[in-house]
Design a protein around this ligand. Sequence first.
Ligand SMILES: Cc1cc2nc3c(=O)[nH]c(=O)nc-3n(C[C@H](O)[C@H](O)[C@H](O)COP(=O)(O)OP(=O)(O)OC[C@H]3O[C@@H](n4cnc5c(N)ncnc54)[C@H](O)[C@@H]3O)c2cc1C
Length: 560
Amino acid sequence: MADEAAGPAEGGERFDAVVVGAGISGLYALHRLRELGLSVRVIEAGDDVGGTWYWNRYPGARCDIESMIYSYSWSHELEQDWTWSERYAAQPEILRYLEHVADRFDLRRDIRFGTRVTAAAFDEDEQRWAITTDGGDALAASFLVMATGCLSVPRLPDLPGIERFAGAAYHTGSWPHEPVDFAGKRVAVIGTGSSSVQVVPAVAETAAEVVVFQRTPAFSVPAWNGPLDAEAVRERKEHYSEYRRLARETGGGNPWHTRKESVHDETPEQQQREFEARYALGGFHLHAAYYDLFTDAEANDLLSDFVRDKIRRRVNDPELAELLCPYDYPLATKRMCVDTGYYEAFNRDNVRLVSVRDTPIEEITEAGLRVGGEELRFDVIVFATGFDAMTGALARIDIRGRGGELIRDKWAAGPRNYLGLTLSGFPNLFTITGPGSPSVLSNMMVSIEQHVDFVADCIAHMRDKGFTTVEPTPEAEDGWAEHVRALGEASLYPRAKSARSWYMGANVPGKPQVLLPYVGGVGRYRRECERVVERGYEGFAFGVRQARREAPAPVATQGL
Ligand SMILES: Cc1cc2nc3c(=O)[nH]c(=O)nc-3n(C[C@H](O)[C@H](O)[C@H](O)COP(=O)(O)OP(=O)(O)OC[C@H]3O[C@@H](n4cnc5c(N)ncnc54)[C@H](O)[C@@H]3O)c2cc1C
């Protein structure tokens, strides 16, 4: 559709599409949209590609979905040429991979780095997005693709005195590029989620002392990480397309199906055997033991008991083990962690735990933290306190749709959209892995590729039909919101509200507490999207730009 007017324009450069973010989503979006012949500009706040893997450079950072499946599937040559060194690659290797992709497909020439998009407004007369950056650039684009990430806005705790600390302080989600030397240092790690379970064992190796401050204990299971066996790699590469197909069909985007059995179909001995076998495989294999683990509280209790028992066996001190066991939410309704030596780190003399439920952190002082009336002195504070997840990056940009409506305001009571991808009143805007899509409950690689493909196919469809705008109808949006809500209510996920799960927005004060991701799984979600397309983009309204400064004529509206 290459915009005949693409190129320099009054008030800024003009493109067919602007993509915000150069992580896994933005890189693939650039590649796909370029393939369609569109002029594309990517705007990225960081100084290079990688997104999550550019920002999260803390010691121990690695993926917890196996690398051979947490990697792009869209280039046969790429997946055959690239060889991962470990089952779960560490951050430097994942970043090298994304840099390699950027070089191999010559992506950098269309990316502007070190630039943050601050505002985007839909110009109803021109039917274009007018985009503004912190560098004062103005760009115009027919399509705006928000590849801004689900976990890209690090969150610091609301502790008094945070600016006062005289030592070094780092958030795991915006780690310095230079190595941080922990040797002989007294280190506080605040938080016990996925980043903390990775950073604690790594820092404990050299630090003089590590004190971990825990509010809500995590369920964590071993990754059993290690070097990849050459024969296993060869076999996977030979049958890659089969593994990829399977991953796209399953609930979590991994290449294995959830068993069809209910926990209640089997005896306690069979259940234990099943859990043991999956625990021995590591990571998220446990989730697929029975189909009702996340809808039936009793079933989940059995799995939770099993993992708590494993935690007790990994920690020498029984009292400490009990403190590390989560009791107040069903397993996986707050993100389950996958670790290498997290609990074992507490068996070291230089690591201890402070439960902030019993002794809250009162303030940050110049020398450290005041806890239970006592000042604990530290050289370094590591904030492993997570992110303003899923909506944070979008809410930080002034994105205005028709009539000047802000996404922030539209979502004041919780996100509403269609398929997690598009918003009524915001034509030609797409949100990759937005709320209401499986996103963070899945292998994100699978979800990202599916979203980007949907967007590219939709734009190609518009080009074929001569449409210039697309947006969902309000009815379609309502229908999707109800579908997402009903699936969520039928699951155990809302029970993690009291545990301040970020899936529920509950880790950010003032954020509406609604279940953000779609819990139906990637296979079901994909089928929903395919059904929408098969029915002629059911639920979407397309428009055609008639003449300058005339309203678009609605030409095709498919109700849900
Ligand atoms: C430590 C960690 C480990 C993870 N491990 C896994 C895993 O094992 N498996 C898995 O499936 N997922 C994992 N995730 C989730 C991970 O975020 C996704 O897998 C994936 O990397 C997301 O890619 P993305 O491109 O959508 O978003 P991101 O990688 O977050 O990239 C978004 C980019 O947008 C940029 N951006 C945001 N706002 C603006 C703006 N206004 N202007 C300009 N640029 C902007 C950001 O700087 C960022 O670079 C992990 C996340 C973290 C934090």
